[in-house]
Design a protein around this ligand. Sequence first.
Ligand code: PLP
Length: 430
Amino acid sequence: MKFTNSEKLHQEALQHIVGGVNSPSRSYKAVGGGSPVYMKRGQGAYFWDVDDNKYIDYLAAYGPIITGHAHPHIAKAIAEAATTGVLYGTPTELENTFAKMLKEAMPSLEKVRFNNSGTEAVMTTIRVARAYTNRTKIIKFAGCYHGHFDAVLVEAGSGPSTLGTPDSAGVPASSAAEVITVPFNDLNAFKQALHRWEGEIAAVLVEPIVGNFGIVEPFEGFLQEVNELTHRAGALVIYDEVITAFRFTYGSAQQIYNIEPDLTAMGKIIGGGLPIGAYGGRKDIMEQVAPLGPAYQAGTMSGNPASMAAGIACLEVLQEDGVYEELERLGKRLEEGILEKAEEFGIHITINRLCGALTVYFGVDKVTNYSEADASDGEAFATFFQLMLNEGINLAPSKYEAWFLTTEHTDSDIENTIDAAGRAFAKMAE
Ligand code: PLP
């Protein structure tokens, strides 16, 4: 494959856009460097780049594009919104309609508020939890990404439960000191943290199914225990469902595990591809938010008619019969097919998969927490990524990211992907 035009655009981008990309995860730094591919068109499960190469897309824009690119029902909703005005700064009926749809999907959402990104949504749930509990400390799980605001750009130090250290320059140590990080799926470490900072924890921030060091499910009973122990400690449970909302089932992760968090943050899929965030939860907690309560949160773009219309249209598609069953069927076949090819060529991988999302880890037997994901072979992934790209398979350029199927992927896309993986593994085995 030739990438001449992508390379040219990247050289130009480097002169004007910092690092050439508007989000660091889009760079190819983690997969051997070079120019990222510049796409010019997406349709269904496919992408075409500026050199006219065609790809089967498993990036799905890091999760939101569950109905494929340019889905006609969503495209129509956006086009209609464009002709009637995309931003009013006044309330609209669309916001009510969409809020009711979210509440029907997740009964824990007694009240919701829309904003513009997952980052904003999670950030506000933390503020609201602090306002409600009058405490400041937060527990999060190591390796879970919750957006790019100060409080969550924090990684664990050594030891099972530690006060965080800033994960980014510019994050004050004082901010990181409000965050305690414990390993995912480790109840003992979690209990220790609750005990050590007794009376200080405002909330526990949980990705109920991890999506940010690959797809990692909670151990049986883990989330129930976290819920119970957190409440016993007088703190709130915040679910970050930015990836998981509407990804594995319409009722989201909280339905799968039959747990009601106190607050939930959402984003990605609920915008149908347009910028969005939303948060919601128990009425008495949500009533902390202005104009009812003392916790301030606002947004010029929040609840804009275009994002609302796209989000409603996306959920309408996901309400159709059999959507998640089909994602499960295709996801299962993809997992089995890749595992078969890996075995055939002697490549050591493990796959974590739930429904239509999976991660292929190289050189490890299992991944149940961040340190196991971190131990997977990044160089082997980088080689695989480049080989797959040249096969016309577009993956996220990081060993920590998931592959996302869409409602538009077909059996033949899956078989072609399995064959491509087989050829990639064959080269890796040479
Ligand atoms: N929370 C989770 C679980 C995420 O995966 C992300 C983004 O990848 C965010 C929050 C931040 O969302 P956004 O990129 O829309 O700000």
